[in-house]
Design a protein around this ligand. Structure first.
Ligand code: GA4
Length: 336
């Protein structure tokens, strides 16, 4: 078990200036089912709405997503059962990348425990041969979930390309369907902290500190406990009302680069609830390691300025893993 010193725990709390909870966000909604039913016009309207949300906030909500309710219910039950295990059993779940409180490898801490797995289109990495039946069935469930969410992710990425007016409608989705796509799945559990209540609603504890996601997009679903906050263009923070029936999409750094900054990667963080656990499952859709990323010529335009130099996803990821969570990771790749 990871035991933190008092000093380490104190680092998790936000500075005093950020003590009160921010106002509620008004999150743009895209209904994929409706877009499909309404034919070409419905699709074009959804594509425009997706592009507008990505330009304004880098964040929106997907309803009518088509991920079967049965998979979501099984995932909820499996995540709850996993995090309810004895600490010793969780610590042994190395095949699923279990970790607690420590985020990344540069000293970031949060009031969170999580599973973190690398995934390609063929699923999560194979388990050791000695794995027991329950480990195998959990892995199978994760793979079913990943396959369903990846399909929806690709629908969203195609709408993004359409909304940007790109000729190549699979300019983004092909990166995620590539057999070497370097995607990830994360299951986060933010245990409640009843002590926060005694502070009269003013005590705030960081579950996962402010950051942007390095990938193309991240597709998140949570239980009904709020806690996710996003930063708007003016730097203010808003709290995202939880909705277990929908998925939330974040624009990541790689998409900001490909769109030459037209879409923005949204800074976000998660705050801990005093009464209820928050559980979220996030699919981070990434390109293959060797993929060269640069602003798409169609989005730079003739004589336009390229805001980022070309680099490979491997290069970006290596650089990102050297940073602290809250750092601006894109600045090293900006053109002068
Ligand atoms: C943020 C998005 C994903 O959760 C993640 C995170 C990763 C990690 O937890 O290991 C990072 C973080 C994330 C960005 C900067 C680096 C890497 C922690 C950290 C300090 C899995 C990812 O890909 O980047």
């Amino acid at each position: 078990m990871v035991v933190l010193s008092k000093g380490e725990l104190e680092q998790i709390a936000l500075p005093a200036v950020q003590r009160t909870a921010p106002p509620l966000a008004v999150v743009p909604e895209i209904d994929l089912d409706k877009a499909a039913r309404d034919g070409a016009n419905g699709r074009a309207a959804a594509a425009r709405a997706v592009a507008a949300a990505c330009e304004k906030h880098g964040f929106f909500k997907v309803t009518g997503h088509g991920v079967p309710a049965a998979i979501l219910a099984r995932m909820d039950a499996a995540a709850a059962a996993f995090f309810a295990l004895q600490q010793q059993e969780k610590d042994a779940a190395t095949a699923f990348g279990y970790s607690s409180k420590r985020i990344g490898c540069n000293g970031d801490l949060g009031w969170v425990e999580y599973l973190l797995l690398g995934v390609t289109p063929s699923g999560a990495a194979p388990l050791p041969e000695s794995s027991d039946a329950s480990t195998c069935s959990f892995r199978d469930l994760l793979n079913e979930y990943i396959a369903a969410v990846r399909r929806m992710t690709c629908t969203v990425l195609k709408l993004m390309a359409e909304g940007l007016g790109l000729d190549e409608k699979d300019a983004f989705s092909r990166l995620v369907l590539d057999k070497e796509s370097d995607s990830m799945l994360r299951v986060n559990h933010y245990p409640p902290r009843p002590e926060l209540k005694q502070l009269g609603g003013h005590g705030r504890l960081t579950g996962f500190g402010e950051h942007t996601d390095p990938q193309i997009i991240s597709v998140l679903r949570s239980n009904d406990t709020s806690g996710l906050e996003i930063s708007l263009r003016d730097g203010s923070w808003v709290s995202v009302p939880a909705d277990r029936n929908s998925f939330f999409v974040n624009v990541g750094d790689a998409l900001q680069v490909l769109t030459n900054g037209r879409f923005r990667s949204v800074p976000h963080r998660v705050m801990v609830n005093s009464a209820r656990p928050r559980v979220s499952v996030i699919f981070f859709a990434g390109p293959p390691p060797r993929e060269r990323l640069a602003p798409l010529p169609e989005l730079v335009g003739e004589g336009g300025r390229r805001c980022y130099r070309e680099f490979t996803w491997r290069e970006y990821k290596t650089s990102a893993y050297r940073t602290k969570l809250s750092e601006n990771r894109l600045c090293y790749f900006e053109t002068a």
